[in-house]
Design a protein around this ligand. Structure first.
Ligand SMILES: Nc1nc2c(c(=O)[nH]1)N[C@H]1C(S)=C(S)[C@@H](COP(=O)(O)O)O[C@H]1N2
Ligand SMILES: [Mo]
Length: 358
């Protein structure tokens, strides 16, 4: 990746000096989505070296297997979906109680147009429709993860229902261009509505079975845990989230300023976006100005209420989805800090009078 022209903030490099973790910027999300150069990055190991002859092996419940090249995959009906990708660590650094791991702000999401084939179509073509409950999706990257000292390779056990959803894709292009290696090229999984951990990059093998999938990235990391380390569940569907993209922390505003932002809610539609200027005592509906549709974000805007006092003012926003999930003021403690969707709030400095008309 050309590190000069991108807007990412580096959070770590791999042993070869390549960007390994990087956060995007809130100001860089465009109307249609996030340019791929501005999309955050998470590799848990060194980035694998791509091969010109990449294949995926699909192993059925009966042990029979078939191998697909990129060319083979292109012969299936092509699908294109606008999907928002978000790391479960998004917002971790905003928790009031510090947790281990990178102290990410809200730069760990982005929206892109993904092109590929339905995983379901490939499995059907193999004749592997029945006789399994889990698709074990394997990638070639691996190593030792600290602080656990755990040796593993990257893999996830995708439950049958999600694996067979038509919008779950094996993708080879993003925004009409071949998938860059740092985002999983030549092929990665796209799992709409579920956190990025499921979007396995550099997929090399898919194995279908009745066995319960066990692995470091399924049962240890990316699980919700109480503070004693008891596992409460596997990180999967995204939680509702609304974000203020402008103004930003510390901005000086006139009281007729407009607030703008984005919101999404995993597999569900966002029903309401509301803002508050009294630390969540009362909430006022924001206007939803554009919905991407499908698996993308919506855009909202709101005006500050009239008659606010000059000086520092805390502005908060929350989303509620169609099944009634709403954002808490502070999200429940989690040992590893995943899924922090506590309401986004910023403090702005209100100036006297209206904005100058130019
Ligand atoms: N093979 C592999 N796939 C992976 C990962 C990884 O470390 N290895 N990281 C996952 C995590 S945690 C996230 S949030 C997304 C990030 O995708 P991106 O780097 O394209 O933004 O990829 C996922 N897929
Ligand atoms: Mo992630």
């Amino acid at each position: 990746m050309d590190q000069q022209s991108c807007s990412l903030s580096a959070r770590g490099y791999d042993h070869e000096g390549r960007l390994q973790m990087a956060e995007g910027r809130l100001g860089r999300h465009g109307d249609g989505g996030t340019a791929i150069e501005d999309l955050f990055l998470v590799h848990h190991y060194d980035q694998p070296v791509p091969s010109d002859d990449h294949h995926i092996e699909v192993v059925g419940p009966n042990g029979r297997s078939r191998s697909f090249s990129l060319e083979d995959l292109r012969s299936f009906e092509q699908r294109e979906e606008v999907v928002l990708l978000e790391c479960a660590g998004n917002g971790r650094g905003l928790r009031s109680r510090r947790t281990p791991g990178n102290q990410f702000g809200l730069g760990m999401f982005g929206q892109s147009r993904w092109t590929g084939v339905s995983l379901a179509d490939v499995l059907e073509a193999c004749g592997f429709t029945d006789g399994w409950t889990t698709a074990a999706i394997q990638a070639p990257d691996g190593g030792v993860t600290m602080p656990e000292g755990a040796e593993a390779t990257f893999g996830k056990g995708l439950p049958r229902a999600k694996a067979l959803e038509p919008d779950t894709l094996i993708a080879w292009a993003v925004d009409g261009r071949p998938l860059p290696v740092e985002h999983g090229g030549p092929i990665r999984l796209v799992v709409p509505g579920w956190y990025g951990i499921w979007w396995v990059k550099w997929v090399s093998r898919i194995q279908l079975s009745h066995d319960e999938f066990r692995g470091f990235w399924q049962n240890e990391r990316y699980t919700y845990q109480d503070e004693t380390g008891r596992v409460l569940g596997v990180v999967a569907e995204q939680s509702p989230r609304a974000i203020i993209t402008s103004p930003t922390e510390g901005d000086r505003l006139h009281d007729d300023a407009v607030l703008n932002g984005l919101a999404w809610a995993g597999e569900h539609e966002v029903r309401d976006v509301e803002t508050s200027v009294d630390d969540g005592l009362t909430w006022t509906p924001a206007r939803i100005t554009a919905r991407t549709g499908g698996w993308g974000w919506l855009r909202w805007e709101a005006q500050l209420p009239a008659g606010l006092q000059r000086g520092m003012c805390r502005v908060a926003v929350r989303a509620t989805d169609a099944i009634g999930r709403s954002q808490p003021w502070d999200s429940a403690p989690d040992r590893l800090g995943y899924g922090n969707n506590g309401v986004h709030r910023i403090t702005v400095d209100l100036l006297a009078g209206s904005s100058p008309k130019t």
